[in-house]
Structures are given as structure tokens and as C-alpha cells.
Design a protein around this ligand. Structure first.
Ligand SMILES: Cc1ncc(COP(=O)(O)O)c(C=O)c1O
Length: 351
């Protein structure tokens, strides 16, 4: 059995992607029925794709290596040439993944946001599918929850309005739902209810849900058929991928509801930090599992805090200028929250 432990002593708040597979996942991986996903199919991968699609109310699903690959395949499968992908300025797609524009040949356009979604007036002004368009709109991108906005959750009414606007122009909506399960748990809604407002959606199994690898792209049957061909072209056909898909099935079936614990600990962390130094955190509580701490005004300030916290055994990441990003997950228990608050208290007094 692989070792389930690393960073034994550190409190690792860098990301929910550090979560290790559960014993139940490892057992499922060892016992999974396997086939060749590039020939006649891997039964465990198929089960994962069907289970996920059903859960999200979409016709079909496609297992992909990562969230980034899911978004890339989605852009290509929705895409048209020439064509423009419209995304909110702070989105992962436009920032962390913007080099994909060079791979897709599509133009990625940044639009101003309102609550993490593209502001509707800006979208209305940008959408153009007319014959005279300089670069016809091909896709509208949504991110839910929104990573750079501290795991904020999109209001379903706003998603519905954005989807309706895009649909009036005949442009599909793709949702980067890397943490869509967190949004569903925070709202007390089903994934299906949220995904009703998007044509396609990528979800990550390897973040808060603790699976070691993998994401699922979901959407209409013809879209997924195109996506499957594109995935092959990208080298993403993974043969006996049931070994990892098995962990993804356990993630879908058993690991969603517990995200509420991560959200509660993020709120406790946020409140504890505000009690130490009110200027560190905004008044609003985090909606999901990401806490943003404003420790200064520059990236250098935040990196200094990051280094000092690491010495104290608390691993965090520097976000945008002056911001630290702390992400709660299955390996962050109440004791880890306490020791994080203690480390912040000590460093605050040393300052
Ligand atoms: C919002 C969002 N989208 C996409 C990704 C990319 O996922 P992956 O690391 O699986 O490629 C991430 C990862 O952090 C993310 O936060």
C-alpha cells in the first residue's frame, strides 16, 4: 500500500489538492474492474463518467487528467475559428491557464466581473456572433466557486441570467467547476441545480474530495463525443484509467457532504484571524474553504509571511499582492486550526 502520509508535522493549508486518497479509495483502486479506455472502454471509467453526468444532469461525461485539461478540451470542443472565449478578469482560465490560448488558437478576452461572474452589461456589449464580428464570440466562461475571490459562490439567479444572455446570442457557457461541490454544499443545492445554468462543466475530484487524480467534463452527448476525440489528440486517453477512476467514484459517492466541515473550519480560521488583527480579513465570512488574509500591500510582504509561517510549521500560499491564501480540507482538523491561529498570534507579536 502507498504511504498515506507526507508533511507529517506541518499544517498544510496551501491547497485542497494536497489531500491524500482515503483507505476506501485505495481499496476500490485495488479491486476496480479494468479495460482499455482507448479500445472498447474501461468499465470503471465508464461508471465514473455516467455517475458524474447523472449527478450533474448532463447527457454524458468524460474523465480527464486534470481541471486544466477539462477546461482546455471544453474550449476546443465548443470552439470555432476564429473565435473568442469571454472570461472574467480574475478567473483561473484567464490567468493560470491563459497560455492555453496559444494551444487553442482562440482569443481569450478579459471582461470585468461582478461577484466573480462577468458583469452582464459588459457581457452584453462583448457578445457578437454577427457576420461582421472581428472575432466571433465562441464561449462564455464561468468559475464556481471562484478561486481568486476566496472561494466565493455564484448566486444561482446570476448564473441563470448569464446563461440566458449567452443563449440569446447562441453562445454556449462552460463552467470551471473545479470546486463546484463546495458551491453546492454551501448553498444546500444539488450539483444538478447549479449545472442547469451551464452547457458544459468541469469538476475536479482531486481537490476537496481527496481523489489522487482526475476531473470530469460533462455536457451534451455530441459535445462529449467531440471532446473525447480532442482528448485523444491531446494524449489524454489513459487506457486502464479505472485504477484512478475508482478513487473518483468513491469521491463522488462519499466525500461531498463532508465539505461542510472544511467550510466551518474556514469560517473559524477567518474569525480567529480577525480576533487577532481585524485588518487581516474582510468582514464577510468565507463562503466555502478558502480564507484570504491581507498581511500587507505587496507580494513581498505576503511572501515574507509565507516564509515565516513555514518556519512555524504552517504552509500557506501567497495570492495576489499582499494576500495569503489558506485552504481548508480533510487533513485540517480543529487542532490544525488552533495551531495556525497560534502561529499567526506569535508572528503578529514579533512584528
Ligand atoms: C478554479 C480552478 N480551475 C482549474 C484548476 C486547475 O485544476 P488542475 O490543477 O486539476 O489542472 C484549479 C486548480 O487549482 C482551480 O482552482
Amino acid at each position: 500500500m502507498p504511504s498515506l502520509h507526507h508533511h507529517h508535522d506541518a499544517v498544510d493549508l496551501r491547497s485542497d489538492t494536497v489531500t491524500r486518497p482515503t483507505p476506501q479509495m485505495l481499496e476500490a483502486m485495488a479491486c476496480a474492474p479494468l479495460g482499455d479506455d482507448g479500445l472498447d472502454g474501461d468499465p470503471t471509467v465508464r461508471a465514473l463518467e455516467e455517475t458524474a453526468a447523472q449527478r450533474f444532469g448532463k447527457a454524458a461525461g468524460l474523465f480527464v487528467a486534470s481541471g486544466t485539461m477539462g477546461n482546455l478540451v471544453a474550449v476546443l470542443a465548443h470552439g470555432r475559428m476564429p473565435g473568442e472565449v469571454l472570461a472574467e478578469a480574475g478567473s483561473h482560465l484567464l490567468n493560470a491557464e491563459r497560455a492555453a490560448a496559444g494551444l487553442t488558437g482562440m482569443h481569450y478576452r478579459s471582461l470585468p466581473g461582478d461577484g466573480g461572474l462577468i458583469a452582464l452589461p459588459a457581457l452584453e456589449a462583448a457578445l457578437d456572433t454577427s457576420a461582421s464580428a472581428r472575432c466571433p464570440s465562441a464561449l462564455v466562461a464561468v468559475e464556481n466557486t471562484h478561486n481568486a475571490r476566496g472561494g466565493s459562490v455564484a448566486a444561482p439567479e446570476s448564473l441563470a441570467a448569464l446563461h440566458a444572455l449567452a443563449a440569446r446570442h447562441g453562445v454556449p457557457v462552460h463552467t470551471d467547476g473545479a470546486r463546484l461541490f463546495n458551491a453546492a454544499v454551501a448553498l444546500g443545492l444539488s450539483c444538478r441545480e447549479i449545472a442547469a445554468h451551464t452547457d458544459s462543466v468541469t469538476v475536479c475530484l482531486s481537490k476537496g474530495l481527496s481523489a489522487p487524480v482526475g476531473s470530469v467534463l460533462m455536457g451534451p452527448a455530441d459535445f462529449i463525443t467531440r471532446a473525447r476525440g480532442i482528448r485523444r489528440m491531446l494524449g489524454g486517453t489513459m487506457r486502464q484509467a479505472g485504477v484512478i477512476a475508482a478513487a473518483g467514484l468513491v469521491a463522488l459517492e462519499h466525500m461531498v457532504d463532508r465539505l461542510a466541515e472544511d467550510h466551518a473550519r474556514a469560517r473559524r480560521l477567518h474569525q480567529g484571524l480577525r480576533a487577532i488583527h481585524p485588518a487581516w480579513c474582510a468582514a464577510e465570512l468565507p463562503q466555502t474553504n478558502i480564507v484570504q488574509v491581507r498581511v500587507g500591500t505587496s507580494a513581498a510582504d505576503a511572501r515574507l509571511w509565507e516564509a515565516r509561517l513555514a518556519e512555524a510549521g504552517v504552509l500557506v500560499r501567497t495570492g495576489s499582492a499582499g494576500l495569503l491564501r489558506l485552504v481548508t480540507h480533510r487533513h485540517i482538523d480543529d487542532k490544525a486550526v488552533d495551531s495556525t491561529l497560534q502561529a499567526f498570534t506569535r508572528l503578529h507579536h514579533d512584528n
